[in-house]
Design a protein around this ligand. Structure first.
Ligand code: GAL
Length: 718
């Protein structure tokens, strides 16, 4: 009996071991697109981020990227399934930097951080709670990892240290050793996915930019806005009626200020917070006439909404039983995963908005601040959990509304406050209420890693200096927007800088061929139009850690501070933007390898160095790479009409030869997806005497090209 008992005990122990081992799964990597591998851990859920986005990969774009092999040592990737959760581990080299992991506002290199990726309004800390908590990171070593699960995923981005690590940190004594570090070296990224399963993607480089390109192209390629989307937009005060708005438009004309679309805030609806999505008959008695009057003036209309449906609205009875258990601001939360819900929305929105000429939406309040959303104990009729719903709600509304405009063969360009993985091809720009100018620029830098667009929108300012500085940077962003919903500011609110503000808005309009081409690169090649310096060739900045000062309350572990380049970025291939902030008279600019020239004067600024500049109030500092070619058009107040022939001025900077493939199409439909577009090469080459000469290639016959062929070449560097 005793012997039997021992045998029994031994076998149950080995059974226990065996069941633990069986939870250790080996990931089977399969190349699903060129340079992108997928593996499945556990049983993936029905609702995921990529399934919500529902996007087809752009295989043609992907096929032009370098051929590679699986970019990580497969044997060093570890997965376990325990406690109904997925535990993942990816290896990490000593010098590796990690980018991405959501729309962060204060930091660029995420190594050493713990992030719980959770859709939320940004709360002042880079901890994973943000508007686009995309579970994707890019390594400076040239590979990327994406976890497709609509859950609050926790990423330990090089923080955990295992007992059995092959590369353990060195042991120091805090009492006596200066080398002691509060964050001992960690050789792994560890990820906890609170779900029974997840799909995991690994993206090859070889460069970090190639990784980002593959990510964007897998998600359909970046969005190409209509030309009007790249003009200027004003959002009017909440309670403006249609006459107020028409007057506003006239004021823009009188001030000779560009304007391409008007944002109408909550007051267009008969009730808001919760919403009816119906026109308010007192403020907007004739919406169709009003919208058409704007269209005739070359102005598109964008409508604000949040998705919580008012009991007073006509959609309420139909949606009541198709919504979640909890309300938001007394509005029901429709279960957006249900096809019936999408159909009800579609019928109403087409009839009342799209079919009468509305050009786009601003989808507000889908991010959180926990108090202003459903709690995680809410339930939904489809069985989708509250957590999943939170992670996908903004994404899903983007996908639904984008589909409507596509169906009408009409490009839109709108705003959204929550997004997630898979959004590259959606026509939306993220914004928020946080309003830190500096952090807004860091968000713009970070948006380039994760396939989203961000606008550092302008609202009220304390003084003329802040005003002009904010206006300058918003004009060098995906959406040049003044959001006057609460304060009624106008571009000319500070007369002392009105001229400088008009000049920068006009410059944005002039740069349209350059910016539009940069967005075409986003679409066809996955290269983001606004880029972190970390994605730029020749950027060799090594992040140094500044020793932290011991402070018993503020910094009790004397944690060091990592240095990031987070206040400058690239717009397209050639333009480096270094915005100024209020209170700043001079600033440092990091110039990557190769020569860089002042955009305004063509004078050499430096090469592979940090320069100090004192630019004055009236200009935003801009630098152009050697050989850079920048096409411009004359100042105009609205996007050109299809077929309107514009005069091209092509600027060349520096002494190197250069080339630029100028993109064009009809500027407003999706016909470009059927081949209705052109790329026309603009080049500068040295002749036999070594003198730079400009040349525009032959225009492709039968394809859209809205420029005359009398190019004016300007050699900026004398
Ligand atoms: C905020 C939003 C603002 C404005 C406002 C209107 O939540 O961020 O941009 O639209 O709502 O009530």
């Amino acid at each position: 009996v005793k012997k039997n008992l021992i045998v029994f005990l031994i076998s149950s122990i080995s059974l226990l071991n065996w069941s633990q081992v069986s939870a250790q799964q080996k990931l089977q990597w399969q190349e699903v697109h060129h340079g992108i591998w997928k593996a499945t851990a556990g049983q993936p859920e029905k609702v995921t981020l990529l399934k919500t986005a529902e996007i087809k990969a752009n295989e043609t774009g992907l096929s032009t990227l370098p051929k590679t092999t699986f970019p990580l040592p497969e044997g060093k990737i570890d997965v376990k399934i325990l406690d109904h959760k997925i535990y993942l581990r990816f290896p990490l080299d000593k010098e590796e930097q990690l980018f991405g992991l959501g729309l962060n506002f204060q930091t660029v290199n995420q190594r050493g951080r713990i992030m719980t990726l959770h859709v939320d309004h940004y709360g002042g800390k880079d901890n994973g709670r943000t508007h686009a908590p995309v579970p994707f990171y890019i390594s400076s070593n040239g590979y990327g990892v994406l976890i497709d699960a609509a859950r609050y995923i926790t990423v330990y981005a090089g923080t955990g240290v295992r007992k059995d690590s092959e590369n353990p940190p060195v042991l120091y004594d805090r009492n006596t050793d200066k080398k002691w570090d509060a964050q001992p070296y960690s050789d792994a990224v560890e990820i906890l996915v609170p779900a029974e399963g997840a799909e995991i993607y690994v993206f090859a480089g070889p460069t970090p930019m190639n990784v980002v390109q593959r990510y964007n192209l897998m998600n359909g390629g970046g969005y190409l806005p209509p030309k009007w989307g790249l003009g200027f937009t004003q959002r009017v005060p909440t309670l403006y009626n249609q006459d107020d708005i028409l007057k506003e438009v006239a004021d823009f004309e009188n001030h000779d200020f560009p304007l391409d679309f008007i944002g109408v805030e909550p007051g267009w609806q008969s009730m808001a917070y919760p919403c009816t999505f119906e026109w308010d008959k007192t403020r907007f008695p004739k919406p169709e006439e009003f919208i058409n009057e704007l269209v005739d003036k070359g102005i598109s209309t964008n409508l604000w909404l949040n998705p919580y449906v008012s009991p007073k609205g006509i959609l309420y009875p139909e949606l009541e039983n198709l919504s979640g258990s909890h309300t938001v601001w007394n509005g029901i939360v429709p279960d957006i995963t249900l096809p019936q819900v999408r159909q009800i929305y579609k019928d109403h929105f087409f009839k009342n908005h799209l079919d009468i000429g509305v050009g786009g939406y601003k989808i507000d309040e889908v991010d959180g601040f926990d108090n202003w959303l459903w709690p995680d104990v809410a339930t939904f009729p489809s069985g989708t959990s509250a957590e999943q719903m939170r992670q996908i709600y903004g994404l899903s509304l983007q996908s639904m509304t984008a589909g409507w405009f596509k169906e009408k063969n009409q490009r839109t360009y709108g705003l959204v406050r929550a997004s997630n993985a898979g959004a590259s091809s959606f026509p939306y720009v993220i914004y928020n209420d946080y309003y830190s100018h500096r952090d807004f620029i860091t968000a713009l830098v970070n948006s380039s890693f994760i396939g989203v667009l961000w606008t550092p929108e302008v609202r009220a300012s304390n003084d003329a200096e802040e005003w002009v500085r904010r206006m300058q940077s918003v004009c060098f962003s995906p959406m040049a927007m003044l959001n006057a919903w609460a304060d009624g500011t106008k571009p000319w609110s500070f007369p002392e800088v009105e001229k400088a503000v008009r000049e920068v808005a006009n410059l944005r309009m002039q740069l349209l061929p350059y910016t539009y081409t940069s967005f075409a690169q986003y679409h066809f090649q996955g290269i983001p139009p606004f880029r972190s310096m970390n994605l730029v060739e020749g950027f060799a900045f090594k992040p140094t850690s500044v020793e932290g000062k011991l402070d018993g309350t503020a910094n009790p572990y004397a944690m060091s501070i990592k240095q990031d380049i987070k206040d400058q970025y690239m717009m397209g291939d050639y333009l480096l933007v270094a915005p100024m902030f209020a209170g700043q008279e001079s600033r440092k600019v990091y110039l990557p390898a190769g020569k860089w020239y002042d955009f305004y004067t063509g004078v050499l600024a430096g090469e592979n160095q940090i320069i100090e500049i004192t630019p004055g109030l009236d200009k935003i500092p801009l630098f152009v790479k050697d050989g850079g070619i920048i096409p411009l058009v004359p100042v105009h107040r609205h996007a050109p009409e299809a077929g309107q022939q514009l005069q091209l001025e092509v600027r060349h900077y520096g002494t190197a030869e250069g080339s630029f493939d100028l993109y064009d199409d009809d500027g407003k439909t999706f016909n470009f997806e059927k081949g209705e577009y052109s790329f026309t090469n603009l080049s500068v080459r040295k002749d036999k005497k070594g003198i730079l000469k400009g040349n525009m290639a032959k225009i492709t016959p039968g394809k859209p090209f809205n420029y005359n062929n009398q190019v004016v070449w300007k050699f900026m560097t004398k």
